[in-house]
Every structure is written in structure tokens, then in C-alpha cells.
Design a protein around this ligand. Structure first.
Ligand code: KIV
Ligand code: NA
Length: 265
């Protein structure tokens, strides 16, 4: 199998082929996602919500991210594996950011890292890039800043914030990021950004004009019943499928029909 590299992702934009991306956090799921054929797998700090049950992405640690990332890397044969630098591991100074990125690359075997923010973290991004580590940017709704924003609503609806986002995107391209996530911004702004930069944009809740799309795997699969933002399309009801399977198991145990003779030694 030919591996997807940052160059492959770039060529897809040039050709006009959309880039499919999903999150994964563990070996079993990552193997399924990779075999299905997505180009990019993000080990997102959404693991803090989806895997650990925290309300925000802030509590997850770099050691926990490395555990998830290493598990994913062991399963993936083709996709590009990108790992989120967690909150607190890169904002302080560029030396700390570089150390965090190096730890993730060495200890997990991943292929790239993602950082949230624009101008504020330019030095950190530049330093990581100069060590030869590919960086993905992330603009718009950046969940590590949720206590600054106050809500998870759409970002950059006002002209000033939209202008700053466009400038940040241009800066990310200029310093050498290979791609940038655009989260929960107006479709028209996604179009403008995607046409203004050569590197591929990957959208979530950012409309159809991004060069690629990403969703949280558990949301797409319908594992989590309560989370229903308008940008989410559910492709399965795994919550229902799993609940039925487990209910049937319970019934069989109670009825003493599991295990049967063939299932016993
Ligand atoms: O952590 C995450 O899952 C993400 C994506 C939603 C872009 O950052
Ligand atoms: Na994230």
C-alpha cells in the first residue's frame, strides 16, 4: 500500500480532489478507519471528550495523547496520522512547543502535529517546522480557547474576526504548514480562505468549500446520542446497534441460553 504523505494531500488540492479525514483514538477503530480509505486520521484532543468523558479538551495530557496516538499508529497502514498538541503543551514558548512535538513524534510514531491558533503561536509553529515536523494549523472555533469564547457557536461572523482569520491562514501557509483545519465558520469565509491559500483547508462545520472534511468518528457513527449540531451527518446508529447487541447478550445469559454446548469445552 502506498502511504499518504503531506505531499499527496497537497496534490489532491491541486487536482481538485476532496480530502476525507476522520478522528480515531484507538487501535481497533483506527484499523477500520484506515482500511476504509480515509486519507488523514487525526488523533484529536477530542479524545478528552469522547474517550475520557471530560466536558472540554483542556484536561487531556501529552502522555495521554501519546498513548492514543501510539495505539492509532500501530493500526494504520496507509493514512497520514496527525496528532493534536494538547492544551498547555505549546502556548508557553517555542522551546516547550518543540519538546512537545518531538515527544509526540518519537513516542507515538505519528507523521505530523496540529496546533490551535494563528499569530499568537507563530514562533511555536516555526520552531516545530524547522525541526522537520509537519504542522497542521487550526483556526475558527478552537476548543482549547472555549473559556475565552464562552460558547461553541459559529466563529468569525463579524468582519474583524473574519479578516484576522484570513490573515492567520495566509501566515500559516507562509511559515510552511501543510494544511489548516477550519472549524465552525461561515461557508463564505471558508471559500475565501480556500481560494486565498495554496495549502489544503480541512473543514468541520465550515461548509462545502473546504478542500477536505473532517468529523469526530464517534459522531459520524452515531455512538453519542446527545450531540446533534447541524453540521453533523450521522452515517450509522451504532448506539442502537450496540444497545441491541448488549441487550440480547443479557437476555441470553439470564435465559441460560448462552453459552450453549457448542460454545463450551
Ligand atoms: O480534536 C479534534 O477532534 C479536532 C477536529 C474536530 C478537527 O480538532
Ligand atoms: Na482538536
Amino acid at each position: 500500500i502506498k502511504r499518504v504523505t503531506t505531499h499527496v494531500i497537497q496534490e489532491m488540492k491541486t487536482r481538485g480532489e476532496k480530502i476525507s479525514c476522520l478522528t480515531a483514538y484507538d487501535y481497533s477503530m483506527a484499523g477500520i478507519v484506515d482500511a476504509a480509505g480515509v486519507e488523514l486520521i487525526l488523533v484529536g484532543d477530542s479524545a478528552s471528550n469522547v474517550m475520557a468523558g471530560h466536558e472540554t479538551t483542556l484536561p487531556i495530557t501529552i502522555d495521554q495523547m501519546i498513548y492514543h496516538a501510539a495505539s492509532v499508529v500501530r493500526a494504520v497502514k496507509r493514512a497520514l496520522v496527525v496528532v493534536d498538541l494538547p492544551f498547555g503543551s505549546y502556548q508557553g514558548n517555542s522551546r516547550e512547543a518543540l519538546n512537545s512535538a518531538i515527544r509526540i513524534m518519537k513516542e507515538s510514531g505519528a507523521h505530523a502535529v496540529k496546533l490551535e491558533g494563528g499569530l499568537e503561536i507563530r514562533d511555536s509553529i516555526t520552531r516545530i517546522l524547522s525541526a522537520g515536523v509537519p504542522v497542521m494549523g487550526h483556526l475558527g472555533l478552537t476548543p482549547q480557547s472555549i473559556y475565552k469564547f464562552g460558547t461553541y457557536t459559529v466563529r468569525a461572523k463579524q468582519e474583524a474576526e473574519a479578516q484576522k482569520l484570513l490573515e492567520d491562514a495566509r501566515m500559516l501557509e507562509e511559515v510552511g504548514c501543510f494544511s489548516v483545519v477550519l472549524e465552525k465558520i461561515p461557508s463564505s469565509l471558508t471559500k475565501q480562505v480556500s481560494e486565498s491559500i495554496q495549502i489544503p483547508t480541512v473543514g468541520i462545520g465550515a461548509g462545502p468549500h473546504a478542500d477536505g472534511q473532517i468529523l469526530v468518528l464517534h459522531d459520524l457513527l452515531g455512538i453519542n446520542k446527545e450531540f446533534k449540531p447541524r453540521f453533523l451527518r450521522r452515517y450509522a446508529d451504532l448506539n442502537g446497534v450496540m444497545t441491541d447487541a448488549i441487550s440480547n447478550y443479557i437476555k441470553d445469559v439470564k435465559a441460560k441460553s448462552f453459552p450453549n454446548e457448542k460454545e463450551s469445552y
